[in-house]
Ligand binder design. Structure first.
Ligand SMILES: Nc1ncnc2c1ncn2[C@@H]1O[C@H](COP(=O)(O)OP(=O)(O)OP(=O)(O)O)[C@@H](O)[C@H]1O
Length: 367
């Protein structure tokens, strides 16, 4: 008997997305079923191109069709992605599907390094990515992306001046560092910095992006509040070292995001500088800042732990010379960032499937 589209749909309705815990047909993830005699082709649309379960889902589809329709079918399963979004409709960041705040409690724990490498890993997987460097105390994105002398463009849209981000390595970038040389950064504190951040969000043509990563200053301050008042933030990533002082500051940052009035979910905690392994003793791990501090904290506060990065000389060198380590072929440190990017993308998809969008925080003034 000839095979029909209905047979294929029936078989694929037994395959679950393991994260979303629903079958691919109910999730509307199967498209373009084509049947030509013994050959069947279809497309599975994942929730992110950086899906860590891509191969598993593909194999489960093949197994289900072979088992429930016919073992003799020749299958061509095309895996693609359409990143999900629950951004409220409106003029602010209208083409941006997900806004992800990258934060840390303490300075110097590697937040910008993590931002740059995650952005590149997501882009390498096929996502459209932007980075907004809002770290007024030390905007390092221009250095990390080797574009220190770049100047964002300005164009007029409906009579309004609109900023055009610069583009480097396929990532759209804006940084407070493009507006003021590092020695002048100090004047960018307070209301001026908040106003620049607002312009970067409301008066910038970011185009279509799957993920906009926002590199925040360390701690919790005006910039954080301006962000959550201006944009609907999908979630936050907290970067910490395993050290006690870094952890207690990271906890304060997490509490700010998850407080009732801000209500931004934590998408993941990253432990940076987790250990050091000398090149000549690859089996040895030295826990310079303590062991598993981030992992334990994630468990205690019930937030997802999305990975650890060791202290590696090439991570520091990549940042300093403007070629983040993810861009270096075959460097295992790059793989560590790739794994974290996949976990982050996965958590964004789960958050979008489960939780309502984040309301922008209303500005309250004293009467
Ligand atoms: N895993 C790592 N291994 C080696 N060096 C690292 C690692 N992570 C970060 N670094 C280096 O540590 C320094 C601080 O990192 P980075 O600027 O990313 O931190 P930050 O938290 O963004 O700092 P700030 O508080 O200034 O915003 C940089 O020189 C960076 O190259």
């Amino acid at each position: 008997m000839a095979i029909t589209e209905k047979d294929i749909i029936k078989a694929l309705s037994t395959v679950e997305d393991p994260d979303l815990k629903k079958d691919l047909i109910s999730l509307n993830m199967v498209k373009d079923i084509e049947i030509d005699g013994n050959r069947v082709a279809f497309t599975v649309v994942l929730t992110t191109p950086a899906c860590p379960l891509k191969e598993l889902i593909k194999n489960n589809c093949i197994e289900a069709v072979h088992k429930l329709v016919s073992p003799d079918l020749e299958l061509d399963v095309h895996m693609t992605a359409d990143v999900t979004s629950i951004q409220p409709k409106g003029p602010v960041l209208s083409g941006v599907k997900n806004v992800i705040a990258i934060s840390s409690g303490k300075g110097g724990v590697g937040k910008s390094t993590v931002t740059a490498n995650l952005a590149l890993a997501l882009s390498e997987a096929g996502a459209k990515v932007g980075v907004l460097d809002a770290d007024i105390y030390g905007p390092s994105v221009p250095t990390m992306f080797n574009c220190e002398n770049a100047q964002p463009g300005v164009t007029s849209v409906n009579g309004k001046n609109t900023i055009i981000p610069i583009e480097q390595y396929g990532i759209k970038l804006l940084s407070i560092g493009f507006l003021a040389p590092p020695q002048d950064a100090v004047v960018w504190r307070g209301p001026m910095a908040s106003s620049a951040l607002r312009q970067f969000i409301t008066d910038t043509d970011w185009g279509e992006l799957d993920y906009l990563l926002i590199d925040l200053p360390p701690g919790t301050g005006d910039i954080h509040l301006s962000l959550v008042q201006t944009a609907s933030v999908t979630g936050a990533v907290v970067v910490t070292t395993p050290q006690k002082v870094a952890l207690s500051d990271a906890m304060k940052g997490m509490n700010m995001f998850t407080s009732k009035s801000v209500n931004v979910p934590i998408l993941g905690l990253v432990e940076n500088m987790a250990y050091f392994t000398p090149a000549e003793l690859p089996e040895n791990k030295y826990y310079i800042f303590g062991q598993d501090g981030g992992k334990n904290m994630a468990r205690r506060y019930e937030v997802p732990f999305i990975g650890e990065i060791p202290i590696v000389q090439s991570i520091r060198e990549g940042g300093d010379c403007g070629v983040p380590v993810v861009m270096e072929d075959g460097n295992p440190a790059g793989d560590a960032f790739r794994e974290i990017a996949k976990e982050l993308a996965r958590n964004v998809a789960m958050r979008n499937a489960q939780v309502a969008s984040t309301e922008r925080v209303e500005i309250k003034t004293w009467e």
